[in-house]
Design a protein around this ligand. Structure first.
Ligand SMILES: C=C(O[C@@H]1C=C(C(=O)O)C=C[C@H]1O)C(=O)O
Length: 360
């Protein structure tokens, strides 16, 4: 799938002077709840009212959504407030019902994106639709799977496409509910820059007090919009209580968030930016040169080890290097996380080089 400028058309047609906002409750609970939230949101920057109708829950026994009746509540909310409507679909029946009720935007959840069978079923059911279809990232950090899902919708002749970054599952505990792994979304943007990219800070953080910070990062990274779960009484919401914010908080957030422009032509800025970027270019060259030299030395060590029949991996030496580098990194303001990532990658490459020599 090639990038095309037209992928942005549906978003541009909204003629917004701010990022797109999709807001509303995690789940539609009652008609009154949906209508009340819609009226509270209608005068903000919100374009789409979201509400989950069918809820995929991690374990059975939790509230699993009100079902098709909720689509009527969304329709009524649209009629009363003018907000466009959005919900998640996970199979052909959901799609048929959502289209029957004229829902404007359908999103594919992270747990559906992982399954090409489900994605294909939904794509077939949606074939040729002019509704907006947004594909959440798969729960596992797999860029190809994410792009593959978008391709299935593209192949089904769906023109109004976008993606939602909702973070990725990890086995390790982290401060996030779903680790953002910003690099994957950046890689997506690099590959398909004109597919609108929306951030879902509610599912990334799982906690309402972190939503602002993640939203700001998304805007700093040039995201096209935000999808934020909103409820007038978050603590008593029937699902995802900890991550929903009130419409008042949402309004305040949009006052406080800084929207960055993609570009600035101002001569002074361009000049300084150019100077600093040439410094970076020189340093990047030095990094590559240094890494190349380091690997040449690793090759020689590999040769020595081959002669003496010594193992490639030397854990003691490796741990010493890692400890030293973490301390040294600290002096230069580099985080331990970063040093570990970089040096583990360097070590792996060094091992690969030596393996080649030793096996050769
Ligand atoms: C280069 C060596 O081999 C391996 C690679 C290392 C490195 O690249 O720094 C360190 C220890 C070994 O696991 C070595 O033994 O010194």
């Amino acid at each position: 799938m090639e990038n095309k400028k037209e992928y942005r058309n549906w978003l541009d047609a909204h003629k917004l002077d701010h990022p797109l906002v999709i807001a509303g409750p995690c789940s539609a609970e009652t008609e009154d709840q949906v209508l009340k939230i819609a009226h509270q949101l209608k005068d903000d920057d919100v374009t789409y009212l979201r509400a989950g109708i069918w809820k995929p829950r991690t374990r059975p026994g939790n509230f699993e959504g009100v079902g098709a009746i909720g689509l009527k509540w969304l329709q009524r909310a649209k009629k009363e407030t003018g907000l466009l409507t959005a919900t998640e679909v996970a199979n052909r029946t959901h799609v048929d019902l959502a289209l029957e009720h004229d829902i404007d935007l359908l999103w594919i959840g992270a747990r559906s994106t992982v399954s090409p069978f489900i994605v294909q079923e939904i794509a077939d059911a949606l074939e040729g639709t002019d509704k907006v279809v947004l594909v959440k990232n798969p729960v596992n950090p797999d860029l190809a799977l994410w792009i593959g899902a978008v391709e299935r919708f593209h192949t089904a002749n769906i023109k109004n496409l976008g993606v939602i970054h909702r973070g990725f599952s990890t086995y390790d505990k982290s401060k996030y509910r779903n680790n953002p792994e910003w690099q994957i979304a950046v890689d997506f943007q690099t590959r398909l820059p004109d597919i609108p990219l929306i951030c879902d800070p509610s599912h990334i953080t799982g906690k309402r007090d972190m939503i602002f910070d993640v939203s700001q990062t998304a805007l700093d990274l040039n995201y096209d919009g935000l999808m934020i779960e909103t409820h007038y009484d978050p603590d008593n919401a029937w699902s995802d209580a900890a991550q929903q914010v009130t419409p008042e908080t949402l309004l305040q957030m949009f006052k406080d968030l800084r929207i960055r422009k993609e570009y600035d032509d101002e001569a002074g800025f361009q000049n300084k930016l150019g100077q600093l970027r040439s410094q970076i270019d020189i340093l990047d060259n030095t990094i590559i040169e240094t890494l190349g030299k380091r690997m040449k030395i690793a090759d020689s060590i590999g040769g020595l080890k081959k002669e003496r029949n010594v193992a490639v991996l030397q854990s003691k030496r490796w741990n010493e290097i890692l400890g030293k580098m973490i301390l040294q990194g600290e002096e230069y303001g580099l985080s331990e996380e970063f040093i570990l990532k970089v040096f583990k990658a360097v070590h792996q490459e060094s091992i690969n080089h030596q393996e080649k020599v030793i096996k050769g």
